[in-house]
Design a protein around this ligand. Structure first.
Ligand code: M6P
Ligand code: ZN
Length: 187
């Protein structure tokens, strides 16, 4: 292996060169948002919009990899566009999120249901401690772009979040951003 570098466009999250990228559209995020009916209507009327894009840089044999995530601005019946959210398969491994553009909320949750909210603004560098589930949410009018760095062994564990959702939801209420209890999660 040799040292290399990439160039990141903060506004879009485009990273050059990269070793892989994927997009998630609304239709791939069924079950994530509170209002399933409005979600279906948005898929039909807006042509299944992209919610977020992940671009990564991973070299075989390295212990670390990194990339960008860009979450587009948008809402489903007032609930802001977000990532799926996950624990790491390796519960002893954390992650770093360095926000470069836009405005967001990093929602974290421990296995015993403790929650934590970190504001994401350009310049915020968040430490995601091991064994905390994490989801990022775009609460602004621009793309929320952040750089993440993680161990290649960390892996994604979506199980618990897919089944129950996170304990908090982030919605617009009377023109303001509100972090509310998820009515679908029994305390
Ligand atoms: C961040 C990183 C990635 C993750 C992506 C999307 O960029 O944590 O590892 O895949 O967000 O989040 P999710 O996979 O939870 O939808
Ligand atoms: Zn992660």
């Amino acid at each position: 292996m040799i040292p290399e570098h990439v160039v990141i466009d903060d506004k879009s999250g485009l990273m050059t060169p990269n070793t892989g990228r994927y997009r998630k559209r609304l239709s791939e995020l069924r079950g994530l948002f509170q209002d399933a009916q409005v979600l279906e209507a948005e898929i039909r009327t807006k042509g299944d919009p992209v919610v977020y894009e992940v671009i990564e840089y991973k070299k075989g044999g390295s212990d670390l990899f990194f990339g960008t995530t860009a979450i587009l601005p948008g809402k489903v019946n007032g609930e802001y566009y977000m990532t799926r959210g996950h624990f790491h398969k390796r519960r002893d491994m954390g992650e770093v999120y360095y926000t470069r553009n836009g405005a967001g909320i990093l929602l974290l949750e421990s296995p015993d249901g403790e929650t934590s909210v970190i504001e994401m603004r350009p310049g915020t560098c968040a430490f995601i401690a091991p064994n905390w589930a994490h989801r990022s949410i775009n609460i602004g009018a621009e793309s929320l772009v952040f750089v993440w760095v993680c161990s290649v062994d960390a892996g994604h564990d979506y199980g618990q979040i897919v089944r129950t959702g996170m304990r908090k939801i982030v919605v617009e209420r009377e023109g303001k951003v509100a972090v509310l209890d998820n009515p679908g999660v029994v305390p």
